[in-house]
Design a protein around this ligand. Structure first.
Ligand code: SF4
Length: 355
């Protein structure tokens, strides 16, 4: 019997690719559509489930191919309903995804990962402290979504690339995954948000693709000197050209972008910063999303501002940005470390225990 790891994974293949495979094996073309439907509409995990295929084809495929490569290691559920999943890839590396629902809406949003670790190394982010390990393939990105939908028996409506990794540092796989999310799983570009720390050449490349994705920029500070420390990629790509590249994205796609700003007590939450942030984005077609830092008990450097400071900051940003929409993000999944910037704990613990 063929070892599971040497079987070729066909999850993530589109109809043309499956057709090529089936024809190359000497079977009729129409079998490909049946297999495609079993994988993406009926979520089959084994070819032996595909009851409308001839037995010999089921067995031939089962012997040499497989559907998917992720294994669920752990599922945690927060008191607010947020769920966190730890998946193992084929090589044993671990990656996390989160499922969130928001009060008063029907939206079910999956926060997915694009890399293991991250090279940007933002000091307040748990993933960043790992450094970069590897890029995920497009099928591994896609499978996070399919896996969660099957497990929960619920339809995911929105995707945010805000899990582990800088998505634009894994450009080809991420763009391919967004296309396959539409083609294979039925989640359109307008329901997908890519969050970047500011990789200017890739923002411009994405602008040229004219895909209707929502682009979110993790700005976190309006001043270069301070942003150099909070988002170290800023040493290479400064704020002024970064905002220009976001304007280019807006012009090219006609999509409003989002500016994300994690609020850190006494570091970037002053009245002055709020005014400068507002002015900086006043001519950009954007919403501003403030994210009060998810402080854990062991944090001593990065702290969450109190509510009155957060509200004052939001008010000033609105005033100085010519009335842009400013929202304060609802904190989700804090008790299971599923909140923003907290994804890595299980990974780190697993790595430490295996080393
Ligand atoms: S905040 Fe995003 S870009 Fe920064 S280290 Fe974490 S995952 Fe990477």
């Amino acid at each position: 019997m063929t070892d599971i790891k040497t079987k070729l994974n066909i999850f993530g293949q589109n109809l043309d690719e499956i057709t090529d495979l089936i024809v190359s094996l000497g079977h009729s073309k129409f079998r490909a559509k049946q297999i495609f439907n079993w994988i993406y509409l009926k979520s089959a995990k084994s070819f032996l489930e595909m009851s409308d295929l001839p037995k010999n084809l089921q067995e031939e495929l089962e012997e040499n191919y497989r559907i998917g490569s992720l294994a669920l290691i752990e599922r945690q559920e927060s008191s607010d309903g947020t769920k966190k999943y730890l998946f193992a890839l084929e090589d044993g590396s671990l990656v996390e995804s989160v499922l969130m629902c928001f009060e008063g809406t029907e939206r079910l949003t999956a926060c997915i990962s694009s890399q293991i670790g991250c090279a940007v190394k933002c000091p307040f982010c748990s993933t960043g402290t790992l450094g970069f390990k590897k890029n995920l393939r497009d099928d591994e990105i896609l499978e996070q979504v399919q896996f969660i939908q099957n497990l929960e028996q619920e339809r995911i409506s929105n995707i945010v690339f805000m899990g582990q990794g800088e998505p634009l540092n894994n450009y080809d796989s991420v763009v391919s995954a967004t296309q396959k999310l539409r083609q294979l799983i039925g989640i359109g570009a307008r329901h997908i948000t890519i969050s970047t720390s500011g990789v200017i050449p890739q923002i411009e490349k994405l602008a040229d693709e004219k895909i209707q994705l929502t682009l979110a920029l993790s700005l976190h500070d309006p001043d270069d000197d301070d942003r150099d420390l909070l988002v170290p990629i800023n040493k290479k790509w400064k704020i002024a050209p970064l905002i220009d590249s976001m304007k280019r994205y807006v012009n090219s796609t006609n999509r409003r972008v989002t500016i994300e700003y994690v609020l850190l007590k006494d570091l970037n939450d002053s009245d002055e910063k709020a005014k400068r942030l507002g002015q900086l984005v006043s001519n950009l077609h954007c919403n501003i999303n403030l994210i009060p830092y998810n402080q854990s008990c062991s944090d001593t450097i990065f702290l969450r501002p109190d509510d009155s400071r957060i509200n004052k900051f939001a008010e000033l940003v609105k005033q100085h940005s010519k009335g842009k929409t400013v929202t304060v993000r609802q904190e989700k999944g804090h008790d299971i470390k599923a909140a923003c910037g907290q994804l890595e704990s299980s990974y780190r613990e697993a790595v430490q225990s295996s080393s």
